[in-house]
Design a protein around this ligand. Structure first.
Ligand code: NAD
Length: 417
């Protein structure tokens, strides 16, 4: 994967690009480019063999002007302080673009979970929860899953928090299992928002999604669900990939069967009847829609010159470097940004939190209907800004909408102390 950009610098550049179109003071913008605080800690955890191992962990609380900090926790060997800061900033603007009452946060542990037993991962998660306890809370900061974390880790963190606080507080974390206060529709929510964004994008651009060809990079939670739901719209998902490579079938893949195969074998590679392809080949495939759904910086400025897709819907956070964005804007490739296209995850997390607070639980149909309303509304707001301000691309439009909302909240509360 290309590593040309520091994600935190990318975030700051995206804010500056949008700020140029807004009538907001420079000092207020500067405040919006930096986190309010970052917790950095070393977790000291007992391994199965009795030894102690240290794990570096972070939680960045970027901005709380519109509500409690909100954002996932990632387990990955490549986690850095700057990455966590960037991801927490993107959460601020993501929550603002879909207009849910949260600020932004993000956490991460430097760990490759593949190398640890379930018991070790539980102790790592509980140790992080203990460190996080003074910083999080139902009205303070609400974590959620991200790369390599899911319901299991959320349940451990919730249980640790509740035990230490001697209370029940399911709303302290979202993305929990249904049996533990989770919401219907949460697992599929991120991919669903990518599908809804792609659907609205094709409509807006007067293109037919039925029969359109699609490539999806990354076949985890976000990518596999997006692929399945986009296939359900009648599109042809011709290529998908994961960290061990990609597969291609010009006649279209059966996305559900590919997922079952990955669940069984751990990878999409070697799926029957397909040709292997590298990630670079997948990203530059001649398709109508490209969905990057792996990690940041998947497409840099050089690779962007070879991208052949006309439309990109970003399921991953920050998959394009700012240079890639410039190149794609120049080439008239329509990029529908992460802070809209993957906002379904945090939106249904918000629904989960609302349900937790009310102790009243919704049907999956209600969750999906409410999510569709939120994403379609956000899409329309973004198009409105794009056309009204004559903006260069949809990412700038999303930041223009989002920054203005955060600034409105900040300015109406005042600065203190
Ligand atoms: P995941 O761990 O379920 O899946 C990640 C996938 O990417 C895996 O299939 C992995 O093999 C693949 N991958 C990793 N490196 C790759 C590479 N170099 N090339 C191709 N594939 C590669 O994670 P996820 O939850 O699906 O998250 C994916 C992206 O979506 C991340 O950027 C995450 O921040 C973002 N996201 C996820 C959610 C959510 O609710 N899960 C919400 C918002 C944003």
């Amino acid at each position: 994967m290309a590593q040309e950009a520091n994600p935190f610098e990318s975030l700051q550049e995206q804010i500056d690009d949008a700020a140029a179109y807004l009538d907001v003071r420079d000092d207020v913008i500067e405040r919006l480019k930096n986190p309010e605080r970052v917790l950095e800690t070393n977790l000291s955890v007992e391994m199965d063999d009795g030894s102690i191992e240290l794990f570096r962990a972070y939680r960045s609380q970027f901005n709380g002007d519109r509500g409690p900090y909100k954002g996932g926790i990632r387990y990955h060997p490549g986690v850095t302080r700057d990455e966590v800061k960037a991801l927490s900033g993107w959460m601020v603007y993501k929550c603002a673009v879909v207009d849910i009452p949260y600020g932004g946060g993000k956490g991460g542990i430097v760990i490759d979970p593949k190398n640890y037993s379930e018991g070790e991962l539980e102790r790592v998660s509980r140790s992080f929860a203990k460190e996080l306890r003074p910083f999080i809370g139902v009205d303070r900061d609400i974590p959620a899953p991200d790369v390599n974390t899911g319901q299991r880790e959320m349940n451990w963190i919730k249980d640790t928090y509740e035990t230490l606080e001697n209370t029940t507080a399911p709303g302290v974390i979202t993305g929990k299992a249904l049996t533990n206060g989770g919401s219907e529709g949460r697992v599929e929510a991120t991919g669903r928002s990518t599908m809804l964004t792609a659907r609205e994008a094709f409509k807006y651009l007067d293109r037919d999604i039925e029969g359109a060809t699609v490539a999806v990079q990354g076949y985890g939670n976000a990518g596999s669900v997006a692929a399945k739901l986009i296939e359900d719209l009648g599109a042809n998902v011709v290529a998908v990939s994961d960290s061990s490579g990609g597969i291609y079938d010009p006649d279209g893949l059966d996305t559900r069967d590919v997922k079952a195969f990955k669940n069984e074998t751990g990878t999409v590679s070697d799926y029957e009847g397909t040709e292997p392809l590298t990630n670079e080949e997948l990203l530059t495939l001649d398709v109508d829609l490209l969905v990057p759904a792996a990690l940041e910086n998947a497409i840099d400025g050089d690779l962007a010159k070879d991208v052949q897709a006309d439309i990109i819907a970003e399921a991953a956070n920050g998959p394009l470097t700012p240079r890639a964005d410039d190149v794609l804007t120049e080439r008239d490739v329509h990029v529908f940004p992460d802070i809209l296209a993957n906002a379904g995850g945090v939106t249904v997390s918000y629904f989960e939190w609302v349900q937790n607070r009310q102790r009243f639980y919704w049907t999956e149909e209600r969750v999906n209907d409410e999510l569709e309303r939120v994403i379609v509304n956000a899409f329309d707001n973004l198009v409105d800004a794009y056309e009204t301000h004559d903006l260069p691309n949809f990412r700038t439009a999303a930041y223009v909408v989002a920054i203005q909302r955060v600034v409105n909240a900040y300015e109406s509360s005042g600065n203190w102390p």
